[in-house]
Design a protein around this ligand. Sequence first.
Ligand code: ATP
Length: 292
Amino acid sequence: MKVLEKAPAKINLSLDVLGKRDDGYHEVRMVMTSIDLADRVECEDLPEDTISIRTSAPYVPEDERNFAYQAAKCIKETYNIHRGVAISIKKNIPVAAGLAGGSTDAAATIRALNRLWNLEMTYEAMLDIAVQIGSDVAFCIKGGTALATGRGEQIAPLPSLPPCWVILVKPAVSVSTAQIYKELDSKSADHPDVDEMIEAIKREDFLGICQLLGNTLEAVTMKKVADIGKIKQHMKTIGAEGILMSGSGPTVFALTQHESRMQRLINGMKGYCSQVFAVRLCKPFPLLSKYE
Ligand code: ATP
């Protein structure tokens, strides 16, 4: 048997780093939302008790370093499963781009194996696996829009954003999330107003959301990747309601509710960068999520 799961990327609307914890992780407060730029994760039964992994992109590990492999291994150990699985990942999300590509593949693997092996996992049981793989995996289990706190693994759902286009521009470099956090001095850094962002989302105030976009890590990555500043400036000149770098970067996104602006941004940015996408937002996975 074979099951297929969609694995959507995320963007950070607000990302605040509060400081470093004793366990080495950073304490964060982030508002994230899923977007319709997605990998495809396929899980198929194997006759022998092994995990095999194949991806469509170069430079993505095809062994135990892949987060999808780690998710499968963790489920097998936790539920004492002696069955094999072949995981195949069609990568559409740029790698090491601040879009949680690896984390969403791990989350999709958890959802897929729950179905393939009839595990009847609750949302909480999926979260227990997710936190063992990485901090962003927990958000990706359910997706949609949410506040993530702690090291990013504590998830509180939020209402969906008003409909809009998300235009993503990925400079031709990749950055290491760990390195960006290492170089951050959270005391002297800028801190976005996460609570105001949550309020703007709750009152469906699209322009308010755009004005409140903020990311503590942006200045750190910008120092290393000069293209980020240039892309932001160019997008501003073309026109967008809001512009920000996602996660630890280097992908920059713009939000707009106007199709004509979306078209202008795509055309204008294509001559500037080779990886340009325009996508819609992605709803939370229906079986698991309900905003109360
Ligand atoms: P985040 O936004 O969570 O910080 P990111 O989008 O910046 O993550 P990823 O695309 O997840 O970064 O890639 C980071 C590293 O993770 C890659 O360099 C790669 O070696 C490793 N990796 C492991 N599994 C995967 C996967 N399934 N897809 C992509 N990268 C993976």
